[in-house]
Design a protein around this ligand. Structure first.
Ligand SMILES: NC(=O)c1ccc[n+]([C@@H]2O[C@H](COP(=O)([O-])OP(=O)(O)OC[C@H]3O[C@@H](n4cnc5c(N)ncnc54)[C@H](OP(=O)(O)O)[C@@H]3O)[C@@H](O)[C@H]2O)c1
Length: 328
């Protein structure tokens, strides 16, 4: 059993009368939270949800003070699996239980996934919740029956964490990928394997219940009007994997694409994914679902000191790819 330091460096968000006070602090081992496994955290990552956990209107943080960080990877220093490398994400992590933005995390053993062979802790966090969600979406689309020969697959919010990883995984699996973005990012998205890059506006469609059938399937990380605009443009029998809400939570649609074209809406949740499927997707992320550009185009690395501006940037849709946070 490891002797934990008396002061643990952490990024903390605490609700105040004025809003949320956030920044680097030291916390005691006793403040890490409940659990039978203590992980020395190597790295975490920046997700949209992490940023929501640090702002007054985010509606994500359920404890205060909170160490955010819905992702972590490191080495078990106490509890079952001591000495092994692991990762954890989802459940209450970084939301109602202190998360990955601290040098140590104490978590229930049921939340811990062994680091798959072939992935380093840094690579696992370059994937993180966003990349896991992208992989889950691709796996569910394929389980639905979508195949590379079926036609182009659209990825919305394509330069974001979910989007960039989805583009990379789909292209590597032989799908013809159309990437939709609000940024001037054609070169970046082509380097991930996109065959076509279109604007956000081009995805919104013509407002008709049924439009030209453009895509065999879609991975949507945006929600709102963008998601609503997709259904009428999905080919007969195709599917949309809905993962996110950066453009809003309200989706106005008609039943027509569903009942006249057999279009399916697949809901993707990474938080409560059952451990069997969670571990399987992580094994596949080290294998046949591995994003080829993991070490270069997809991820960049920052320190805990550089975290705050990155959280602000992701809220404005301003980050490209994935951001790994070096903690340990
Ligand atoms: N279901 C789950 O379990 C799960 C897991 C992870 C993430 N999520 C959700 O998925 C979404 C993406 O997460 P992320 O970490 O990938 O965030 P991210 O890196 O910020 O990516 C989101 C992307 O969406 C686009 N975007 C931003 N604001 C927009 C707007 N107002 N209208 C249209 N597009 C907009 C931007 O891409 P472009 O500039 O390229 O258009 C942005 O980069 C979030 O809503 C997050 O909460 C859900």
């Amino acid at each position: 059993m490891a002797e934990l330091p008396s002061e643990i460096r952490a990024f903390v968000a605490e609700k105040t009368d004025e809003g949320v006070d956030r920044g680097l602090r030291t916390i005691a081992a006793a403040d890490l939270g409940d659990g039978d496994v203590v992980v020395r955290v190597d790295c975490s990552s920046v997700n949209y949800k992490d940023a929501l956990a640090t702002i007054p209107k985010g509606q994500v943080a359920r404890i205060s003070p909170l160490v955010p960080g819905i992702d972590l990877a490191g080495t078990v220093v106490e509890g079952p699996g001591e000495g092994t490398e692991v990762l954890a994400h989802g459940y209450d992590l970084g939301v109602a239980h202190n998360g990955g933005y601290a040098e140590y995390a104490r978590v229930p053993g049921e939340w811990v996934v062994p680091l798959p062979d072939g992935l380093s802790t840094t690579q696992a966090m370059a994937i993180g919740t966003a990349g896991f969600t992208a992989a889950l979406a691709v796996a569910r689309l394929e389980r639905h029956g979508v195949e590379p020969g079926d036609g182009p697959v659209l990825v919305t919010g394509a330069t974001g964490g979910v989007g960039s990883t989805a583009v990379s995984i789909l292209a590597a699996r032989g799908f013809e990928v159309t990437a939709s973005t609000g940024k001037d990012a054609r070169g970046y998205l082509e380097s991930l394997g996109a065959a076509e890059v279109i604007s956000r506006e081009d995805v919104e469609g013509d407002g008709k219940p049924l439009s030209k059938q453009r895509w065999a399937a879609a991975v949507d990380s945006v929600g709102g009007a963008v998601l609503a605009g997709l259904f009428p443009q999905i080919r007969y029998g195709g599917a949309v994997a809905a993962t996110g809400l950066t453009a809003g939570i309200k989706v106005e649609t008609t039943v027509m694409p569903f009942i006249l074209r057999s279009v399916a809406l697949l809901g993707i949740d990474s938080v409560q994914t059952a451990m069997e499927e969670r571990a399987e997707i992580w094994r596949r992320l080290a294998g046949d679902l591995r994003p080829p550009q993991l070490d270069d185009a997809i991820a960049r690395e920052i320190s805990l000191d550089e975290l705050e501006p990155a959280l602000d940037a992701i809220l404005k849709g301003g980050l490209t790819g994935r951001t790994v946070v070096r903690v340990g």
